[in-house]
Design a protein around this ligand. Structure first.
Ligand SMILES: [Zn+2]
Ligand SMILES: [Zn+2]
Ligand SMILES: [Zn+2]
Ligand SMILES: [Zn+2]
Length: 377
């Protein structure tokens, strides 16, 4: 009788001549009797009464009209339909409204999304839907209300507009946990919103999310969880590099993930693999400079790409032809200060500096053959 996303089992009890169907999903259980509907929402217990009261207001013909629809056993369809009828409010024309309601979950949800956007003159409903559709899982309540405001000036949306938007969205979203993580009430709603509203791979929304989590979000943990992915999805490489450079939240990110993020910031050319190999060179002075204050790692002990601490598993970092400009058999150029560093047999001359290394993650597979320059052009 269960399933993961709302499809269900239905029972037509012929014995008692009552129509009954039962449905459950991760979030809700619906039971329809000829004299009423019982809906239990695990996430929002208060929802039950709303549903039942709507059901009670329908007459017998309207009830059988609904129950006879092929989608009546789908809890999502039924929930959304009852919500639509509740919003509709005009009982004289309710019959025709029920008849006109779309017979598939997709088209019913499409109608709903179009309706709530059309009825909203602030544009905030659409903005919220798009942000939630692009979000990794969910967005914290206060973050969303900030994002609906002016991100560059750090001004949250006006409280009146926010509560109005929240009220309109409430049947279609859920809030979970002490942080009030907001996401769609059902995955199907997210899918339909993405289909209808997200164009150009969501670039404009990822840009907003990236700006928010790099420039404003007060919570360090949230910044570390979301800033890099949103920057990458929005193709904001400069912002990602700046985040890693300046935000203490970046230090919460695990080495493996660091390396994965920096992979996208790395020069994509092959390193020169011919007889004259051009290793990354670090001068004596820069070698002992601290590069990540929190961990007091020196440049010579960290990966030249992602700045993770080097372990015994590391390889020499090489440059492509283009980035090896100024390097030759006898001289290299310090990666950090451009100072000329003498070489001997394509290695850095003793006591003159160090050869740059790649960490285990940045050299995994064939990646070590790629140029080790971080280049965001
Ligand atoms: Zn249940
Ligand atoms: Zn690395
Ligand atoms: Zn290169
Ligand atoms: Zn240097």
């Amino acid at each position: 009788m269960v399933d993961d996303d709302g499809v269900l089992t239905s029972m037509l009890s012929t014995r008692s001549r009552t129509l009954s169907s039962q449905a459950s999903s991760q979030t809700s259980c619906v039971t329809i009797f000829s004299d009423g509907v019982q809906l239990f929402d695990h996430k929002r217990p208060g929802y039950q009464s709303v549903m039942s009261s709507m059901w009670e207001q329908l007459d017998k013909d309207q009830l059988s009209l609904i129950v006879s629809r092929p989608c009546a056993t789908n809890p999502l369809w039924l929930t959304m339909l009852l919500e639509e009828l509740r919003m509709f409010g005009d009982f004289r024309t309710l019959d025709s409204k029920i008849e006109k309601v779309s017979d598939s979950v997709d088209s019913l949800l499409t109608d709903i999304v179009n309706r709530i956007i059309a009825e909203d003159d602030t544009g905030l409903v659409k903005k919220s839907l798009c942000l939630l559709a692009c979000a990794i899982e969910s967005i914290q309540l206060h973050d969303l209300s900030n994002m609906l405001g002016d991100i560059s000036n750090k001004e949250p949306v006006a409280p009146l507009y926010w509560s109005q938007t929240r009220r309109v969205l409430s049947p279609y979203i859920k809030e979970i946990g002490v942080q009030s993580n907001i996401s769609f009430y059902h995955m199907e709603i997210r899918r339909i919103v993405s289909q209808l509203l997200i164009t150009n791979h969501g670039r404009e929304w990822y840009k907003l999310l990236a700006l928010y989590y790099t420039k404003w979000c007060p919570d360090e943990r949230s910044r570390s969880l979301f800033a890099p992915t949103y920057c990458l999805n929005a193709n904001l490489k400069v912002e990602l590099l700046e985040f890693y450079d300046k935000d203490p939240a970046a230090e919460l990110i695990h080495d493996r993930l660091r390396s994965q993020h920096f992979k996208n910031l790395r020069c994509q050319s092959q390193a020169t693999v011919t007889s004259q190999l051009f290793p990354v060179v670090i001068c004596q002075f820069c070698s002992t400079k601290t590069c990540r204050k929190k961990f007091r790692i020196q440049n010579k002990d960290c990966c030249v790409v992602c700045k993770s601490s080097l372990t015994f598993k590391n390889v020499v970092a090489n440059l492509c032809n283009f980035h090896a400009f100024g390097h030759n058999d006898k001289y290299g150029k310090c990666l950090y200060c451009n100072m000329i560093v003498p070489k001997e047999n394509s290695n850095v001359k003793n006591m003159m500096g160090n050869v740059g290394k790649l960490c285990m993650n940045c050299s995994f597979g064939h990646v070590h053959k790629k140029c080790a320059m971080v280049s965001i052009k």
